[in-house]
Design a binder for this molecule. Structure first.
Ligand code: COA
Length: 328
């Protein structure tokens, strides 16, 4: 820990996001697999999603989102002393995407690393950055969630390929006496590995051959049930931890995987859907990109205002689940 005054809170002072240009509608997917716009919309709430172009990487999207967040915060890249990227689709095995983005931003020298917590990656990264700021080790941190998940989608499996999209979001955190992040929670249970996983890694099943087995495996119905149950207890624990009541939350900013899961969490919090940020219709599930994309949309559209209390939550492969309760 550095000497000197330790400020009480990590506060979000800027947000940004980036989406690839290419938009793919449900009607487009009807041409690839046996599905319908009606099935996708009623089961998931998704209408369209963005796909990264050939050669466009997670790092490209993270870089753009980071630039926009820095601009919104009025902070120079050289002032940043910590960069964490939540991602499960890094550009390279190493160096980390955070190192690649750090160099492109011109923030060389600061701490930079990736966090793999699947779809909970951004909220995990936010929790870690919060701990760095509160302990005095960081004064200004860049936290990013970025993915090109469609790179590992099996285009013959209608159960999964309709669900995902690519994108990135970022926030700049600053040490402050003003609130700030009140509390964060990070949980995991590796016992659920078999419900949502990619069977190929560097030390398992890896070959240099094309199509070497990388794909998302998912038991959707089981994932759905565990997600609803887990998020139910997560939001309760988070509120208790912060000593807050449900009606003190102005906005729920959930992981955007499925509208029905989002509605179940909102119901658990006694929140009407007009206090919930929903972008899953436009972005589908962008994994770690989802919560910061939704947050940036909420800020830029003027829905979320300074002084409001936000509850962020996410759930993903592992399983992992995480939350952050903060004053914007
Ligand atoms: N288009 C048309 N039909 C499809 C389809 C598609 N894209 N995908 C599956 N189906 C079919 C199934 O084959 C099944 O047919 P059957 O009844 O003849 O066997 C039927 O639709 C219903 O499938 P079911 O699995 O019961 O649907 P569901 O209501 O559970 O919805 C999911 C499926 C995947 C949308 C839903 O379970 C879900 O969202 N789960 C959570 C997934 C998730 O969020 N993962 C990421 C977590 S971070």
């Amino acid at each position: 820990m550095t000497r000197g005054t330790v400020l009480k809170y990590a506060r979000i002072i800027g947000t940004g996001s980036a989406l690839p240009d290419k938009v793919v509608t449900n009607a487009d997917l009807e041409k690839i697999v046996e599905t319908t716009d009606e099935w996708i919309r009623t089961r998931t709430g998704i209408s369209e999603r963005h796909y990264a172009a050939d050669g466009e990487t997670t790092g490209d999207l993270a870089f753009l989102a980071a630039q926009r967040a820095l601009e919104a915060a009025g902070v120079k890249a050289s002032e940043i002393d910590l960069i964490i990227i939540g991602t499960t689709t890094p550009d390279l095995i190493f160096p980390s995407t955070a190192c690649l983005v750090q160099h492109r931003l011109g923030a060389n020298g600061c701490a930079a690393f990736d966090v793999n917590a699947a779809c909970s990656g951004f909220v995990y990264a936010l929790g870690i950055a919060n701990a760095f700021v509160r302990s005095g080790q960081s004064k200004k941190a860049l936290v990013i969630g970025a993915e090109t998940l469609t790179r590992m989608v099996d285009w013959t499996e209608r159960e999964t390929c309709v669900l995902f999209g690519d994108g990135a979001g970022a926030v700049v955190l600053e040490a402050s006496d003003e609130p700030g992040i009140f509390t964060t929670r990070m949980r995991a249970d590796g016992g659920f590995k078999h419900l949502l996983f990619n069977p190929v890694g560097v030390s398992v099943g890896f070959t240099n051959a094309p199509n070497h087995g990388v794909k998302i495996n998912m038991l959707g119905r089981e994932v759905f049930k565990v997600a609803v149950k887990t998020l139910d207890s997560l939001v309760g624990e988070t509120l208790a931890d912060a000593g807050m009541k449900e009606d003190e939350i102005d906005w729920l900013i959930p992981h955007q995987a499925n509208l029905r899961i989002i509605e179940a969490t909102a119901k658990r919090l006694n929140m009407s859907m007009d206090r919930v940020i929903v972008t899953v219709d436009k972005h589908a599930n962008t994994s770690s990109g989802s919560v910061p994309l939704a947050l940036d949309y909420a800020v830029r559209s003027g829905k979320v205002k300074r002084g409001q209390n936000l509850l962020l939550e996410a759930f993903g492969g592992g399983f992992t689940w995480a939350s952050a309760l903060l004053r914007y």
